[in-house]
Design a protein around this ligand. Structure first.
Ligand SMILES: *Cc1c(COP(=O)(O)O)cnc(C)c1O
Ligand code: SF4
Length: 340
């Protein structure tokens, strides 16, 4: 990949004001349901908010896109801890995908052929209430070169692996310098061709796409792919799309994955608007995930039949490439299962 960036002379990496600003956004994030309610002028009791062992974490840059006074706001519902989360529902487990067994503690997860998922950090830029990893012992997740060593060795010793997926947590909470180091180590592995970055951070904090990040992505021999995570059109405001467009300008394909969530995007109009917005930004709607049955998230469940109806409905209104594959994770299967 080449662009104007490689020709621009740069002083050493991390000093731009943008870097300070995304890290400052992380520092001043809202960290409790009560603070989030107060920020949005909501009565915590009326909205059924709660505090629990998966604490609220929402940067103000994301909270600012919520509608004050609206307890049903689709962005709010994704991040506000609620009393429903403590209700035990049969069939909802702490580890629905059996990932604890697939090697999470080792920092690498290989369920599918030719690609491996590298747990780069346990930290995220937001805490999503439906997340299937909410119960994981993330304090133990490897982060930093010492801890990645084992994962890198595992990848280097398996020449079948052509693609590494940087996941977590969220790799873009790492500093540009650390990401740059990791990319260098990965580029030294001769059989690797692709690095896919699974991240929600640029949706939460648009300024995360810094010049020094772009420079690292632009100078590696590896093919870089971005898979972002947005569930509702309102997450994709002008600033977010401007950040992502800088990736596209240096030739990086950007795809989106969403989770089908009750009350958030389980209507034809909400899904249609999400895909339309992505399409207008030349972002491919890659996957729509059926919710994993993780304990605490049962109130987000949408029946598969309803999901299929929604996909059929938007397929009538959008070009084929703008309709995501509706998929489900099944333990022990060699790929995700396509539902529609
Ligand atoms: C979803 C997933 C992948 C990526 O699958 P693709 O279908 O290639 O997007 C890789 N590893 C794990 C463990 C996954 O859950
Ligand atoms: S950003 Fe991704 S990994 Fe992190 S809490 Fe949200 S869904 Fe889970």
């Amino acid at each position: 990949m080449t662009s104007h960036l490689s020709q621009t002379k740069r002083t050493s990496g991390e000093s731009s004001s943008e870097v300070v600003s995304w890290q400052a956004e992380m520092k001043r994030a809202i960290r409790s349901s009560s603070d989030l309610c107060e920020y949005l002028h909501l009565n915590p009791e009326e909205v059924g908010s709660a505090e629990n062992d998966f604490p609220v974490f929402v940067p103000l840059s994301f909270a600012a896109r919520m509608q004050p006074g609206d307890p049903q706001d689709p962005l709010l519902l994704q991040v506000l801890a609620r009393m429903e989360e403590s209700v035990e529902v049969a069939g909802y487990r702490a580890d629905p995908n059996g990932e604890a067994h697939a090697g999470l503690s080792a920092g690498i997860l290989q369920k599918y052929a030719s690609r491996a998922l590298l747990i780069s950090t346990g930290v995220c830029a937001v805490h999503c209430r439906y997340c299937f990893r909410r119960h994981f012992p993330y304090a133990d997740a490897p982060s930093g070169m010492e801890q990645w060593k084992h994962s890198l060795e595992a990848i280097a010793s398996d020449s079948q692996i052509e693609e590494v997926i940087l996941s977590g947590g969220d790799p873009l909470v790492l500093s540009d310098q650390m990401l740059g180091q990791l990319l260098k180590k990965l580029a030294d592995i001769p059989h690797l061709k692709h690095v896919r970055i699974h991240t929600r951070t640029p949706i939460i904090i648009a300024s995360r796409i810094t010049d020094s990040l772009l420079a690292h992505l632009n100078s590696t021999r590896l093919n870089i792919w971005f898979v972002i995570h947005a569930n509702h059109a309102r997450e994709l405001d002008g600033e977010v799309l401007a950040g992502l467009s800088q990736l596209q300008q240096i030739g990086i394909p950007v795809l989106n994955q969403a989770v089908l969530l009750r009350g958030i995007n389980d209507s034809e109009e909400a899904l249609y608007q999400l895909c339309k917005r992505l399409m207008e930004a030349q972002i491919i709607p890659y996957y729509l995930h059926q919710l994993d049955k993780v304990a605490g998230a049962a109130h987000f469940h949408v029946p598969i039949e309803r999901g299929r109806e929604l996909i059929a409905a938007i397929r009538k209104r959008l070009p084929g490439y703008a309709v995501p594959r509706y998929v489900k994770e099944t333990e022990g299967e060699p790929s995700k299962t396509v539902l529609a």
